[in-house]
Ligand binder design. Structure first.
Ligand SMILES: [Zn+2]
Length: 366
C-alpha cells in the first residue's frame, strides 16, 4: 500500500519536477543549453591532498580547460562555473555544496558536472569513476559504509532523518527517477572517455546522497578523476598532459550528452561513425526492406517510449548499425527514398539532423 501511495505521488509530482528541470523542457527548436561545471572544494577547503597534488587546485585547472574546450566545441552552449579562482562557494562548509546546486538551478542548468579527485586509505585502490544520484534505499545503505567514510564533510547529506513520506523527499525522488537515465548517459560517456587515457574504468556508481546532486533539479554527476593515493593514478595525474586529457574526456562527454539530448545524430562526434554503412550488421528477425528516417543513434539501447523521442515516442523502432553508436532509432517504413523524404522535413522540425537510411532485415545498409 505504501509503495502504491509513493508511486501515485511520484506520478502526480512528475510534471512539476519536469518543469523545474531545464533538461526536460524539450522544445521543437533546440533551446540554448546550459551546463554548470563545478570544481570541487576551494579556499580553506583543499579536498584531498596527496604529496604535492591538492585536489582543489587540480580540479580547478581541469574545469577551466573544460570550459575553454567547450567554447570551441560547442560555441552555443552556455557554460557557468561555480568558482574560477581559489575560493569556497560559501563560507560554511555545511552549506557550500547546497549553494552550488542552487546556483545551477537559478541559471536553468541542463547538466551539472562536479569535478573531483579521489583518495583512499588503501593505496591499491585506483581508477576513475563517475557518481550519479540514487535514492534507492538499498544502494544508499550499501554505499554508506564505503564511499561516505572517505568523503569530506558537507559532500553528503544525511538522509537518515528525512521523512520519506514528506513532500520534499517525494519531489526529490520523482526528480531522481526522471533524471537518472540522463545522468547515467553522461556518466557512462565520461568514464569511457577518461579510461582511454590509461586510468582504470571503475564505471558509473549510483550512490549515496551527494548534496550537490540532491539539491540540483536536473541531471548531474560527480566525476572522480582517479585516486591520488595510488601510485599509478598519481603518476598519471602528475604528468603534464593529464589535465588537458581529462578536460578533453569530460568536454567530449558533455558534447555527446547535448548532442543526444537535442536529437542530433551522434555519429558526427565519433571517429568510427563513418564506418556505419560499410559493415553489414547482424540481421534481426523482421524480414523487410526499404527506407526509414533515422532520428537518433545511441551508445546503448533506449526504451522507445523514452521522452527524448519527443513527438515520436513509441513510434520509433530500432535498426542496428555499426560504429560506437550502433543503436539507430528510426521512424517510418517507406518503399522508396522519395517517400521517406516527404516525411523527413517534418521529422527535422524536431530532430534537425535526421536523415533517410536504407534498411534490410532490421539493420541499416548502404
Ligand atoms: Zn572532492
Amino acid at each position: 500500500m505504501r509503495n502504491l501511495i509513493i508511486s501515485l505521488l511520484v506520478l502526480l509530482l512528475l510534471p512539476m519536477v519536469a518543469n523545474a528541470s531545464g533538461a526536460q523542457n524539450v522544445a521543437s527548436s533546440a533551446p540554448r543549453r546550459v551546463v554548470v561545471i563545478d570544481p570541487g572544494h576551494g579556499g580553506p577547503r583543499p579536498g584531498k591532498v596527496h604529496r604535492d597534488i591538492v585536489e582543489k587546485d587540480y580540479v580547478l585547472d581541469v574545469s577551466k580547460a573544460v570550459r575553454e574546450k567547450l567554447g570551441r566545441k560547442m560555441p552555443d552552449l552556455k557554460v557557468y562555473m561555480t568558482r574560477s579562482c581559489d575560493s569556497a562557494y560559501h563560507e560554511k562548509q555545511s552549506t557550500d555544496n547546497r549553494r552550488r546546486a542552487e546556483f545551477a538551478n537559478s541559471v536553468g542548468a541542463d547538466l551539472y558536472v562536479s569535478i573531483h579527485a579521489n583518495a583512499h586509505p588503501k593505496s591499491s585502490v585506483s581508477g576513475c569513476e563517475v557518481w550519479v544520484l540514487t535514492l534507492n534505499e538499498k544502494l544508499m545503505q550499501q554505499n554508506s559504509n564505503s564511499a561516505t567514510s572517505y568523503a569530506d564533510e558537507g559532500d553528503f547529506i544525511d538522509v537518515s532523518d528525512i521523512d520519506r513520506s514528506s513532500q520534499g523527499f517525494m519531489v526529490a525522488l520523482a526528480r531522481q527517477l526522471e533524471n537518472e537515465p540522463f545522468s547515467r548517459f553522461f556518466a557512462e560517456e565520461c568514464c569511457e572517455n577518461m579510461s582511454k587515457y590509461g586510468l582504470r574504468n571503475l564505471g558509473v556508481k549510483a550512490g549515496t546522497v551527494y548534496t550537490v546532486l540532491y539539491f540540483f533539479e536536473g541531471p548531474g554527476a560527480i566525476v572522480e578523476l582517479g585516486y591520488l593515493t595510488n601510485d599509478n593514478d598519481y603518476n598519471y595525474l602528475k604528468s603534464k598532459k593529464s589535465k588537458d586529457e581529462m578536460a578533453e574526456a569530460i568536454s567530449d562527454a558533455i558534447v555527446a550528452y547535448f548532442t543526444r539530448l537535442d536529437g542530433s545524430s551522434a555519429d558526427a562526434q565519433t571517429e568510427d561513425g563513418a564506418a556505419d554503412a560499410a559493415v553489414e550488421a547482424t540481421p534481426a528477425e523482421e524480414l523487410t526492406e526499404g527506407y526509414a528516417i533515422q532520428l537518433i543513434s545511441s551508445l546503448s539501447e533506449v526504451d522507445i517510449y523514452d521522452y527524448q523521442f519527443k513527438g515520436y515516442k513509441g513510434r520509433v523502432r530500432l535498426l542496428m548499425g555499426t560504429g560506437r553508436y550502433k543503436y539507430k532509432y528510426c521512424y517510418g517504413s517507406y518503399a522508396t527514398a522519395e517517400e521517406a523524404r516527404v516525411d523527413l522535413a517534418e521529422a527535422r522540425k524536431t530532430f534537425k539532423d535526421a536523415y533517410v537510411v536504407r534498411f534490410k532485415d532490421g539493420a541499416i545498409v548502404q
